[in-house]
Design a protein. Sequence first.
Length: 708
Amino acid sequence: MTNPEIERIYQLREELHTHNYNYYVLNAPVIGDIEFDHLMRELQDLEAKHPEVYDENSPTMRVGSDISKDFVQVEHKYPMLSLGNTYSEEEVSDFYERVRKSLNEDFEICCEMKFDGTSISLTYENGKLVRAVTRGDGVKGDDVTDNVKTIRTIPLVLKGDNYPQNFEIRGEILMPWDVFEMLNKEREAKEEPLFANPRNAASGTLKLQNSSVVASRKLDAYLYYLLGDNLPCDGHYENLQEARKWGFKISDTTRKVKTLQEVFDFIKYWDTERKNLPVATDGIVLKVNSLRQQKNLGYTAKSPRWAIAYKFQAEKALTRLQKVTYQVGRTGAITPVANLDPVQLSGTIVKRASLHNADIIASLDLHEGDMVYVEKGGEIIPKITGVDTASRMSDSKPVEFITHCPECGEPLTRFEDEAAYYCTNEDSCPPQIKGKIEHFISRKAMNIEGLGPETVDLFYQEGMIGNAADLYELKEEEIARLERFGEKSAQNIMAGLEASKLVGFERVIFALGIRFVGETVAKKLAKSVKNIDTLISASREQLVAIDEIGEKIAESIIHFFSSEKNRTLVERLKAAGLKMEMDAEQSANVSNILEGQSVVISGVFSVHSRDEYKDIIEKHGGKNVGSISKKTSFILAGENMGPSKLEKAQTLGIRIMSEAEFLSMIESQDDKKETVIQEKIADKIESPSTTDTDDKKKTNKNIQLELF
Ligand code: IVH
């Protein structure tokens, strides 16, 4: 007897696959978003009720899961070769001639865009996606199937009926320009490092451990190469058109041509027109169309003789240098910046370009008012790659690097072996003072809620702060009195400062802003010295004996603490109540109740984040593992645990523990401790309300984490 709910599951899966294709591949949805979400939710609910009809290619797989796992390496059935590259039309002619001579018969060339993303090989069996593997070293790659399933333009189940039983299709995973720009904006707001280009963003995203984050990043995929024994046609182009009917996204820029002139016309057209495409391209690919002829031409050790890539020149723009200005960083390093007449370059308007240091200015022989070439390389900030000397005015003067700090007037110093000039007036040069405080409050350092660069600037202008220790002497009334600040935001800042007193010792070391002491070095130092006094009095020999601490870092630490001013700063921070030693809990386990246990974390949680649970497990002697196996002790399961995990756990008879059960087990171990935590949180955070400034906002979760 058939179960109507199960029948509904099958029906919904089919419908959703079609809606997905209509929306993402054809750009022609037939139902609205709300209706789509509604159907998806219905399917999710039914699938949760019926794990017996689990399907790894169900449309619900598109939402991803937050299971962490290291990727499994898989050998490619056919190695993933690269293409011979050329930048010159002459070499394109040579390629065409070589092909003509070798084949000695008529041939066609398929002209395609060279997509600038990260390559992927998809394997389909009986019309279903079974595996997605990255290029890796060309022989072996990472199995990223779960992540790839979240990409809506990649069909999980094929349409039509003439696809081969087994085949591979290769293509490029891309992050569209608009998604890339949005992602970087979000990252900037969260003070996270930016992606340099959509290629890095796409490959970084594909390698994320959490496929639900991958799902949110809106990747796209164009497919351009089919491999298999029973492909429908002899023509590569014709096969791609068939693949389009199976549901794949095949670029409609692809053309089949015969003559060399037609090839050049294609190149010329797309060299400019590609700027209007939604994804990044860096050239065109020419492929001999007939598979029989491809086989005749064969391969060299690295690449096929039947294809070549012609790379476009990096886009350049010519514009006028208005003036060079100089920025002073928190360490006093001076960075010259070229201010330019605004110019359009690869989809954005460029007004400024980095000049890096004095040597670069000298090597460009840059003159005031020069017409300069600007290029976007791999980096976000464009650079000046050349000067149009022919258009230079005869009386123009060379750009002279400044000799004094533009902010405080201090003569600049150049240290041995360093390219940068420095302003050494650390104590009274405003951008250095503010930069140090900004670093101190930043997310990875003291993470102070309610404070951001704008507030620091204002407090500094108002004479309320001159260093990080002054922050802890701020008065609520004093802040509330300022324009732009209400009582609530003043309270919030005070609560943020209070809460920062619970931040771990290693982050306090990082927050001090000692040159060359980044997050990792700070952690190593904290673990080794255990308290600030040992660090202050450590000799160079003692410091270099610490794992990963070299001469340069040791020197810098000694230099930092040799300053009376810095020692006073530390003393004041200590007196304010900041952590100046490792907590006993930080170095020791809280309990051993999870000793020897392997725990898999799955689903979405409401009390703590996944990372926090990972930490809690470790602090209680357990180990967090990525995938379920016979050795798994239990699964800590939140909401929406993936159906595949659920099924696996059930098959292996592994216990599934809810968030509440887990917490009560942990709390029973450290009841006292938990009470302390709750009290401390209640003390520190009165209300998690937002400030009326636009500075960053945080939750109280970090504080809890610090206590475990
Ligand atoms: S065909 C054996 N076609 O370029 C030839 N590759 O250096 C297989 N790429 O790793 C590749 N667009 O990631 C081909 N239309 C296109 C392409 C393309 C971009 C990438 C691909 C490959 C690299 C070749």
